[in-house]
Ligand binder design. Structure first.
Ligand SMILES: *Cc1c(COP(=O)(O)O)cnc(C)c1O
Length: 450
């Protein structure tokens, strides 16, 4: 690495000053602008990107060690402290921490009484857990197509999908970019629907200066290892609805009434429950991560805006658009759409390969969730067969066709959030890598593959 850097510096300096380097100038320029996939220098070329998750022994280990040494590992004061801080950060009265984001969604749906026979509106452009949470409660996911410019559920398409069975909408702030909550809340109000925000990728994102997760009836978060607030595993439900939050708590603690201490063996359960409690050491890790989240979120917003400004004019690169009411995003991912045609027919797969050769990690993102076979498989079970008409289940795939999303899944390219924690100069390296690939698209397309 050091060797390459030195050589690059050398070439740059010589190219700038025009000093004789033993190579013709045209060759030097060619070498610097040659895509790595064709033998040039990688645009990144600096060793690893910012690592994720972050851990700082000096500031982070005191609290964790004291929890471990205390021997109190089941839910107690550290979990309560984390809940208080997270509710405060999001701007809700209540927060319940639990095992993961998936079960935050399962619990929230169950405690709004959503069950077999009900329909829940979801976007197709999301992580699979949004949909499995609906299925876990025996409800039917109904997919509403996306706005490809924003990657979010298209509010203009929601009402056409509402039926007498519709009970809830799950807007997902996917990629950490807020969904268009104002029209979604208006539709929900008009049709008397529950709104559960899937904010699992959108920690501290804001819409009209309100944190996402605090806008609907409830919000769900994930603290899985890759997420912007990383604990390994973890999740939270936030809400201002006290009765609902009491029920959520009970559900995750065997149905014991809210406030029943952990470890109680009495059979005072008032409702059906399960066990989804978080541990003290997870809370201690969460409290450590929480201290950095605000500054990291600001940095991601700054770098994302800068990177967007640097690549938006490259033909065929269409970065995300934020809705006008978005006051801050979380940028769990940095997304753009890639247009093969503008890149001389260079396929997205080849574009990604060329970017990776530049040492720029990237992904093609989600596949079409609404067409996956697990849906039809699930509908074969008794609970679906007994709760929905044969016609409804048989026509589900056809009625949930989402052409915009089909196209989006073919065009999307993602960068992960940790890359946005690098420097401004590093954003320029990403942009120059894309620029190089654009300039050499034809040559990359026709390169000989070994
Ligand atoms: C990560 C994620 C979940 C699930 O969270 P886990 O903690 O992994 O269970 C749900 N929805 C979305 C959009 C996610 O990204």
């Amino acid at each position: 690495m050091t060797k390459q850097l030195t050589r690059r510096e050398f070439i740059k300096r010589n190219a700038l000053t025009g000093l004789a380097s033993g190579l013709p100038l045209s060759l030097i320029a060619n070498h610097a602008s040659q895509p790595a996939i064709l033998g040039g220098q990688p645009a990144w070329n600096k060793g690893s990107w910012p690592i994720w998750p972050q851990w700082n022994p000096e500031t982070d280990e005191k609290e964790l060690l004291s929890v471990i040494r205390s021997g109190i590992w089941s839910r107690a004061t550290a979990v309560t402290e984390f809940e208080k801080r997270w509710a405060n950060a999001v701007g809700t009265q209540r927060c319940l921490a639990l095992v993961n984001g998936t079960n935050a969604l399962v619990t929230a749906l169950a405690q709004f009484n959503i069950q077999a026979g009900d329909e829940v509106i979801v976007p197709p452009y999301t992580f699979i857990a949004t949909v499995t949470a609906v299925l876990s409660n025996g409800a039917l996911p109904v997919f509403v197509d996306v706005d490809p410019e924003t990657f979010q559920i298209d509010p203009a398409k929601i009402e056409a999908k509402i039926t007498p069975r519709t009970k809830a909408i799950i807007p997902v702030h996917i990629l950490g970019l807020p969904a268009d909550m104002a029209p979604i809340m208006a539709i929900a109000k008009k049709h008397n629907l529950i709104v559960i925000e899937d904010a699992c990728q959108a920690h501290l994102a804001e819409y009209q200066n309100k944190k996402v997760g605090s806008i609907g009836d409830a919000g769900c978060f994930s603290f899985q290892n890759s997420k912007n607030l990383a604990v390994g595993e973890g999740g939270a439900i936030v809400s201002n609805n006290n009765a609902f939050m009491d029920r959520c708590y009970s559900y995750t603690n065997f149905g014991n009434p809210y406030g029943t201490p952990v470890g109680s063996v009495s059979t005072g359960s008032t409702m059906q429950g399960t066990k989804l409690r978080w541990t003290e050491y997870q809370a201690a890790i969460g409290l450590a991560q929480l201290q950095r989240l605000d500054a990291q979120t600001t940095l991601r917003n700054e770098n994302a805006a800068y990177l967007k400004s640097k690549i938006k004019d490259i033909p065929g690169i269409r970065p995300y658009r934020l809705y006008d009411h978005v006051t801050k995003a979380a940028f769990h991912l940095f997304p753009f759409r890639y247009d093969t045609q503008q890149f001389k027919g260079l396929s997205r797969a080849d574009f990604l390969e060329a970017l990776r050769a530049e040492d720029i990690p990237c992904s093609s993102g989600y596949t079409t969730l609404n067409t996956q076979p697990f849906l039809a498989e699930t509908f074969k079970s008794k609970i679906y067969q007994n709760s929905y008409s044969r016609e409804l289940l048989a026509s589900h795939k056809e009625h949930n066709h989402c052409p915009q999303n089909d196209q989006l899944c073919k065009e999307a390219v993602w960068f992960t959030q940790n890359m946005l924690l690098a420097s401004r100069n590093d954003m320029e390296r990403i942009a120059s890598a894309i620029e190089k690939i654009y300039q050499n698209a034809e040559k990359i397309k026709t390169r000989s593959k070994k």
